[in-house]
Design a protein around this ligand. Structure first.
Ligand SMILES: NC(=O)c1ccc[n+]([C@@H]2O[C@H](COP(=O)([O-])OP(=O)(O)OC[C@H]3O[C@@H](n4cnc5c(N)ncnc54)[C@H](O)[C@@H]3O)[C@@H](O)[C@H]2O)c1
Length: 347
């Protein structure tokens, strides 16, 4: 199958591209190469005959039409997005333009291409979204696919809007869509502004490990390679018009997560001045910080037979080891705009 992947130079998109190619698919990676992109994440496939790259902004409809005509894909996996909640607080406009208007362009470019091809039944448009669209949970309960949307940050509101567009294009135009909403991802090649790489890289530099608020916010952590596997499964076997929640079955507080990372680092690379957990520093909370996300993944498990393959402990250990072994990947990214700064304080 030839898959047009948007955002393939990002964290999750690059995992999808690597896995799709490893499984014998062809991939056209459409990415604007924003601050969050890293083509080095695709070194292992860059020269593969089944891989093509197009530097295109999804806000540019004419450029998207040209990509569809040139590459004639069998499916679309739409991951391109502005993805960092803190940045969405400081500058929501980019999130509306890319996540809402860009998704609208993707839907219209896809619809036009799919209709011109005679509406092939096997065509798929897979929209990749987040559990953050469902809002914030108390101490109990889980998000399932019928949970009402209640986004609370500019990021999650923009993703919720894009999800609504996807469903509308299915109902109104019959565009063959599938939709997934996933929990927090971690793993190799994650840009060093998200919690896991920030903690690993600050610890290695002997810098404070910032914890927002009291660190009690709960997230369900999923290994990015398990996520990529789930996404390809939904693309292939998901029921049209249906959404699937994807979670890692690994709920923990941010403070627990950071302590786990410190413990792993203590074992893998000793800290000369004590223990890495001594670097933990509590900082002002993010405005509107959602208290808890928890995913009920029973639909994808029962209907499609998917389960996460790796425990959080194993996955974090492999991730820490990957950052230790791949300084040449992450070091240059530390110079990019906003990295290492406190963003999203809404001052
Ligand atoms: N990271 C997570 O934990 C998580 C969890 C659930 C869902 N998601 C969703 O998965 C998708 C990918 O997330 P990620 O963490 O890999 O993001 P990322 O920020 O690492 O990568 C986003 C990619 O999209 C590209 N991009 C941004 N704006 C673009 C535009 N206008 N045109 C073309 N390309 C553009 C960037 O250059 C980058 O390569 C997003 O849609 C996100 O909402 C992420």
């Amino acid at each position: 199958m030839k898959i047009l992947v948007t955002g393939g130079a990002g964290f999750i998109g690059s995992a999808v591209v690597r896995l799709a190619i490893a499984r014998g698919n062809s991939v056209v990676n459409v990415d604007a190469l924003t601050y969050a992109a890293c083509l080095d994440s695709l070194d292992s496939v860059a020269e593969h005959p089944n891989y093509a790259f197009e530097q295109v902004d999804i806000r540019n409809r004419a450029a998207l039409d040209a990509v569809f005509s040139k590459h004639t894909p069998d499916a679309v996996m739409h991951l391109a997005a502005e993805s960092h909640v803190d940045r969405s607080i400081d500058g929501p406009a980019d999130f509306i333009e890319t996540n809402v208007n860009g998704t609208f362009n993707m839907l219209e470019a896809t619809r036009s291409y799919w209709q011109a091809k005679g509406r092939p039944e096997t065509f798929r448009f897979h929209h990749i979204s987040t559990d953050e669209v469902f809002g914030s949970l108390g101490q109990t309960g889980m998000f399932n696919e019928d949970t009402p949307y209640d986004p609370r940050s500019p990021y999650s509101a923009s993703k919720a809007s894009s999800d609504h567009l996807i469903r509308a294009w299915f109902v109104t135009y019959g565009l063959p869509v599938v939709l997934t909403n996933c929990s927090n991802n971690y793993g190799p090649y994650q840009f060093p502004e998200k919690l896991v790489p920030v903690v690993i890289l600050n610890a290695l530099a002997g810098k404070p490990l910032p914890i927002y608020g009291d660190g009690g916010n709960i997230r369900d952590w999923l290994n990015v390679e398990d996520h990529a596997d789930a996404l390809l499964l939904v693309l292939e076997k998901g029921v049209l018009g249906r959404s699937y929640n994807i979670g890692g079955e690994n709920e923990c507080t941010n403070l627990e997560l950071v302590k786990k990372l410190c413990g792993i680092l203590d074992c893998l690379r000793q800290y000369d001045e004590g223990r890495y957990a001594d670097l933990i520093t509590f900082v002002d909370d993010r405005p509107g910080h959602d208290a808890r996300y928890a995913i009920d993944s029973s639909r994808i498990r029962d209907e499609l037979g998917w389960r996460p393959s790796i425990t959080l402990e194993e996955g974090l250990k492999k991730t820490v080891q990957w950052y230790l072994d791949n300084e040449n990947w992450w070091r240059p990214l530390l110079d990019r705009s906003g990295v290492g700064q406190r963003l999203g304080v809404n001052s």
